[in-house]
Design a protein around this ligand. Structure first.
Ligand SMILES: C[S@@+](CC[C@H](N)C(=O)[O-])C[C@H]1O[C@@H](n2cnc3c(N)ncnc32)[C@H](O)[C@@H]1O
Length: 288
């Protein structure tokens, strides 16, 4: 029996445990974990072992091997994932969309004959999708009229999606937003306070009403096939994949983009040698 009742257990982890954990994470999410970071892996997972009342990492790996529902494996990848994000991260891309990108889509009737669909494909806490919503609301042509614009955020992690959908942030998390944008697009909570006593901020209801969030693994985008995307943010997630997985994910994502639609990647994620994507500038592409 592997169950214990510890107040606190300092778990021991070996390189072999780390290799098995990394292999499982790579297979299910594509994310590559550096197996030499044993302390990082141990610290990130110890809480889960404690919650399950397990005595060691061998017992945890047995749990994972017998995970018929996939829940334990999902919690593993959630615990090891990096969710770093920010409002208007790589702001030149939002500037380009407002200045040129939206005009290119408009010529194809996007936002008038067809709704404009924006997808944040590894949306983390939602800052990326809400930034796109703000940029659209600021543009004269694409006001956030229901029916004209649809916003979709997806991520592998259910826990992070709950935060994205709640659209509630601390002062620190909204540091990327100008005073004007805070005034226009956020509501300041009268009651909710963070640990330092500062208020929380929530994205205003009009923007929230055109957004939805769902769990999706970029290794298998079949559940999203009913959507045709016009602007896709696929940023700061390809870097965690090996070359083969990057190609697979790009093929999955590109297949969901309307011809002429726009793909944005992170600055460290250049897309090369693809017959389905044309480079506009580094990190901005159009579907052929
Ligand atoms: C560093 S964040 C990037 C957030 C945002 N795109 C940005 O650039 O600010 C990476 C996100 O990718 C998600 N992720 C990792 N592997 C994934 C996969 N196979 N499918 C979907 N999301 C994944 C993680 O859960 C995490 O929230």
């Amino acid at each position: 029996m592997n169950l214990v009742n510890p107040d606190y257990v300092e778990y021991q982890i070996t390189p072999a445990h780390c290799r098995r954990i990394a292999e499982r994470t790579r297979k299910t999410s594509g994310v590559q974990i550096d197996v030499t970071k044993t302390d990082f892996i141990r610290l990130r997972l110890s809480q889960r072992l404690r919650s399950l009342g397990l005595k060691d990492f061998d017992a945890y790996l047995d749990r994972l091997d017998n995970d018929t529902t996939g829940v334990e494996t999902r919690l593993l990848t959630e615990a090891l994932a990096t969710h770093t994000t920010d409002f208007f991260r790589e702001s030149h891309q939002y500037d380009w969309l407002a200045r040129e990108g939206l005009g290119l889509l408009k010529k194809d009737g996007i936002g008038s004959r067809h709704p404009l669909v924006v997808w944040s494909a590894a949306c983390s806490t939602g800052a990326e999708l809400w930034s796109a919503a703000m940029m659209l609301a600021e543009s004269e042509e694409y006001m956030t009229v229901p029916g004209r614009v649809r916003l979709l955020g997806s991520d592998l992690s259910k826990a992070i999606l709950r935060k994205a959908a709640a659209a509630t942030y601390t002062e620190e998390e909204i540091s990327g937003l100008s005073a004007e944008r805070r005034m226009r697009f956020l509501l300041r909570s009268k009651k909710l306070r963070d640990k330092s006593g500062r208020p929380y901020y929530r994205v205003e209801p009009e923007l929230r009403s055109i957004a939805r969030f769902l769990q999706a693994n970029l290794l298998d985008t079949a559940p999203l096939r009913s959507e045709t995307m016009d602007i896709v943010f696929l940023r700061n997630v390809l870097i965690y994949f090996d070359r083969e997985t990057q190609d697979r994910v790009l093929t999955n994502v590109a297949s969901l983009i309307r011809p002429g639609g726009i793909l944005l990647t992170g600055h460290a994620e250049p897309v090369k040698n693809r017959s389905d994507l044309k480079t506009v500038s580094p990190s901005i592409y159009r579907k052929i």
